[in-house]
Design a protein around this ligand. Structure first.
Ligand code: GP9
Ligand code: MN
Length: 678
C-alpha cells in the first residue's frame, strides 16, 4: 500500500489529492476559527508594518514565514480554552503584548538604529533621564500605528458574538479542542521549518551572535528575534559556563596569533611622566568644527587647539546602546562595547585592563569629574572598577546653573579648576583626569543661558543685504549653537588651567564621545540650501548634493585632539581611526600598553590603511564603508576593492566584536591572568 502511494506514477496524483484534502480541511477549519485567523493576520500585518517603518526591507519572504509560524504557535493555545471569553482574553493578552513590542521597537529603532533587548532592562532607567531627547527625536505618530490591531480584534469578536457565530460552530462540532490545538501548533511548526530551510549560513551565524540585530529581525521576523534575544540574554546568567569553553578558546587563539609587539616610532615615549587631562566632549562632531556662520566659527577654541596640536580628522566613536559609557569603555580598554546590554550596567563587575589602571601602575593619581549623578550609567561603581582613585560627581559641585541634563559646562569647568589645583597640590604625583561634559546633549533645546549664535545666512541680492533664516531655530541650528557654547566652556577651562599653571606639564586630550543623533533629513538644508531663492535644492537643480545614507554615516566622525601648551607636536592625521585605537596610540606616547588591546597605534600604520569596526559589524577603511546590515559597499574614493579585501575585513570586524564580547560576557581577562599567574 505504502509502496503504491509513493510509486512515481502515483506521486503526482496523490500529491494533488493531498493538496485538495489540505485545502478542504483548512477552509473548513478556518471557517470555524475566524477569530484565530483574524488575530494571526492582523498581528502579522503589524510585523510587516514594523519592518516597513524600520529596516524597510520587505523583499524577502523569510521574516513573513517566521512570524506567521510563531503566530500559529502562540494562537494554538487559545484552542484549549472552553469558553469564547477565555479565548478572546488569551488573544487580547498576546495582541497587547505584540503591540507594545512593536511600539517599543519602533521608537527604539529611531533612536538607536537597532532593536530592543531584554538585557537593556537595567539600562532603561537612563533612557527616562534623557527622556526629553527621546520624546523629541525618537517618538513619532507612526510608532503608534500598531494600536489598531487589538481594537480590530475586539470589533471582530463582538461582531461574531452578535451573529451567534460561536454557538453555531459549537453545534456544528466539527473539530474538538485538542484536535484544533494540535492542528494549529503543527501548522505553525511546519511553517517554521520551511522558514528555517530558507535561511542561509550568514542568517544563522547572525542569529547565534546577535550583534547585527537589524539583520536578524529582517530575516527571522519580530517574534523569533525577540525570543532569541531573551534566550541569549539569559543564557550567560543562567549558566555562566554555557559556551564558556568555546569563548575562551576563541579569545586565547586570537591573542596567541596577535601578540603585542612594541614598535617604535617618532612618538614613542614623548609624553612619559606628563599629566593627562582628558575631556569627554558630549555629542561633539567634527562637522561642527568645519563650519562658520556669519563669519564666526562654531568652535574657534577647538579649531585653535586642533591647529596647534595633533588632530585626527578621520576619527570615529564605536558606541553601542551604551553611548557615553561605551565611549568611555572603548577609550579606556581598547575593546569593543558589549553587543548585548551595556558594559557599565550589565558587566560592571568584570575585570578589565584600562588606561586608568595602567597610569596608576606608573604612580599616577587618577580621577574623573562629571556633574551628573554618580549612578547615571552606573559610573560610581564602574569608575572604581576601571581604576579611577576618585570620582567627583554631582554632589561635589554647587549646582548653581542648570542647562539641559544638569549643571552647565561653564560652571562645571569653573568649579573644577580650583578642585584640580587643590587635589594636585595634596597628592604631589602626576595625575590622569577625565572631565565628562554634559551640556551639549540632545535635544539641544535648552538654549536660554547660552549666548546668541545665529545660524542664519546673509546674501547680497541686487546690492541689498538680505538675511535668510537658513538653519536658525532648526534642530541643526540649535545643535551648532549648543556646540558653540561647549567650545566656549572648553576655551575658558583651558584659560583657567593655564592661569593656575596646570598646563605646563600636561597633555590635553579631547574627544567627541559620539555623534549628535540628529536625523539625516535635518542635514539636507545644510548641503542644499540656495540663499538666492531661499529654497532647498532638489535632484533636478544644479549643484544638488546627494546627501545619501553613507555621506551621513561618514559625517558622524568626532574630533580627537592631543594638545600640549608648547605646541611642539603639530600635525593632522587622516588615517581612519576608531575609539579602540586610542589606548594603543596614547600608550605608545606614554610608555604603557594593554596585552588585551584590540586597536592599533595609529602612528605605526604607515600605509594609511586601518579598519574602523562598528558595533553592528559595519566598518570603514580608507577605501570603503561596508554596511554590515545588508552587505552594501560604498566606495569612498571611487576605487573598487576585491572580494578578498571584503572577506579579510569582515573577518577582522567579526574577530574584534567576538573577542570583546567573549571577554566581557565570561570575564575572561580575569581568568587568563589567573591562569598565567599559576
Ligand atoms: C550623562 C551623559 C550622557 O551623564 O554622559 O550620556 P548619553 O545619553 O550621551 O549616553
Ligand atoms: Mn554622550
Amino acid at each position: 500500500m505504502k509502496k503504491e502511494f509513493f510509486s512515481s506514477k502515483n506521486i503526482k496524483k496523490n500529491f494533488k489529492r493531498l493538496l485538495g484534502f489540505l485545502k478542504r480541511h483548512y477552509v473548513v477549519f478556518f471557517k470555524d476559527s475566524l477569530l484565530l485567523l483574524c488575530f494571526i493576520l492582523s498581528a502579522l500585518l503589524n510585523t510587516v508594518l514594523l519592518r516597513f517603518f524600520t529596516v524597510n526591507n520587505l523583499t524577502t519572504i523569510k521574516p513573513l514565514l517566521a512570524d506567521l509560524g510563531m503566530l500559529f504557535v502562540f494562537s494554538s493555545f487559545a484552542c484549549l480554552f472552553k469558553s469564547d471569553k477565555g479565548k478572546i482574553r488569551y488573544l487580547m493578552v498576546w495582541s497587547l503584548f505584540s503591540v507594545v513590542l512593536c511600539i517599543i521597537n519602533s521608537i527604539y529603532y529611531s533612536y538607536y538604529n537597532s532593536f530592543v533587548s531584554v538585557s537593556l532592562l537595567a539600562t532603561s532607567a537612563f533612557v527616562s533621564d534623557v527622556g526629553d531627547a527621546v520624546l523629541e527625536l525618537a517618538i513619532s505618530a507612526k510608532d503608534f500605528i500598531y494600536i489598531w490591531q487589538p481594537i480590530f480584534l475586539c470589533y471582530v469578536y463582538t461582531r461574531l458574538v452578535k451573529k451567534d457565530y460561536f454557538n453555531k460552530v459549537r453545534n456544528g462540532n466539527k473539530f474538538n479542542k485538542r484536535f484544533s490545538f494540535v492542528n494549529m501548533i503543527a501548522t505553525g511548526g511546519v511553517i517554521l521549518l520551511v522558514a528555517s530551510a530558507c535561511m542561509n549560513s550568514t542568517d544563522w551565524s547572525r542569529f547565534t551572535k546577535m550583534w547585527n540585530r537589524e539583520s536578524v529581525l529582517s530575516s527571522f521576523g519580530v517574534y523569533t528575534y525577540q525570543l532569541n534575544d531573551i534566550v541569549q540574554s539569559l543564557e550567560p546568567k543562567i549558566n555562566n559556563l554555557f559556551g564558556h569553553d568555546k569563548a575562551l578558546k576563541v579569545v586565547t587563539d586570537y591573542y596567541d596569533n596577535n601578540i603585542y609587539e612594541e614598535s617604535d616610532n617618532k612618538y614613542t615615549g614623548i609624553f612619559e611622566g606628563k599629566n593627562v587631562i582628558v575631556i569627554h566632549a558630549e555629542s561633539l562632531q567634527t562637522l561642527a568644527m568645519e563650519l562658520s556662520f556669519n563669519g564666526e566659527e562654531v568652535t574657534p577654541n577647538l579649531n585653535k587647539l586642533a591647529s596647534e596640536g595633533i588632530m585626527f580628522t578621520n576619527f570615529y566613536s564605536q558606541v553601542g546602546v551604551g553611548t557615553s559609557s561605551d565611549a568611555e569603555f572603548t577609550f579606556s580598554t581598547s575593546l569593543m562595547p558589549s553587543s548585548s546590554g551595556t558594559v557599565f550596567v550589565n558587566y560592571f563587575n568584570r575585570e578589565y585592563v584600562t588606561i586608568q589602571k595602567l597610569f596608576k601602575e606608573q604612580g599616577y593619581y587618577t580621577f574623573s569629574m562629571h556633574a551628573n549623578t554618580g549612578d547615571f550609567w552606573n559610573r560610581s561603581t564602574m569608575h572604581k572598577n576601571m581604576g579611577y582613585d576618585d570620582f567627583y560627581s554631582e554632589s561635589s559641585f554647587d549646582i548653581d546653573e542648570t542647562i539641559g541634563l544638569g549643571l552647565s559646562d561653564k560652571s562645571f569647568f569653573r568649579q573644577a579648576v580650583p578642585m584640580i589645583r587643590d587635589i594636585i597640590n595634596e597628592k604631589g604625583t602626576p595625575f590622569y583626569a577625565t572631565m565628562i561634559m554634559l551640556t551639549n546633549h540632545t535635544p539641544f533645546s535648552d538654549l536660554e543661558l547660552m549666548d546668541e549664535y545665529p545660524t542664519t545666512m546673509t546674501v547680497n541680492i541686487d546690492g541689498e543685504e538680505v538675511v535668510r533664516e537658513y538653519i536658525d531655530g532648526t534642530t541643526l541650528g540649535n545643535y551648532f549653537r549648543s556646540v558653540h557654547y561647549a567650545d566656549q566652556a572648553i576655551g575658558q577651562f583651558i584659560e583657567d588651567l593655564d592661569n593656575e599653571g596646570l598646563l605646563e606639564d600636561t597633555v590635553l586630550i579631547i574627544y567627541g564621545d559620539h555623534d549628535a543623533r540628529i536625523k539625516r533629513s535635518n542635514y539636507n538644508i545644510l548641503y542644499n540650501y540656495d540663499p538666492y531663492t531661499d529654497t532647498v535644492k532638489t535632484e533636478e537643480d544644479e549643484g544638488y548634493v546627494d546627501y545619501n545614507e553613507y555621506e551621513y554615516l561618514l559625517d558622524k566622525n568626532v574630533p580627537l585632539i592631543i594638545w600640549t601648551k608648547d605646541t611642539e607636536y603639530n600635525v593632522n592625521v587622516d588615517t581612519p581611526m576608531g575609539m579602540i585605537d586610542v589606548l594603543p596610540t596614547l600608550g605608545n606616547m606614554f610608555g604603557i600598553h594593554s596585552d588585551y588591546q584590540l586597536g592599533r597605534d595609529i602612528f605605526s600604520i604607515n600605509d594609511g590603511s586601518n579598519t574602523v569596526v562598528f558595533t553592528d559589524g559595519s566598518y570603514l577603511t580608507d577605501k570603503i564603508y561596508y554596511n554590515g546590515q545588508n552587505g552594501e559597499i560604498y566606495s569612498i574614493n571611487g576605487d573598487s576593492v576585491t572580494e578578498d579585501y571584503i572577506q579579510e575585513n569582515n573577518k577582522h570586524a567579526n574577530d574584534l566584536i567576538e573577542v570583546s564580547n567573549n571577554i566581557i560576557t565570561y570575564d575572561l581577562i580575569k581568568e587568563i591572568r589567573e591562569k598565567s599567574n599559576e
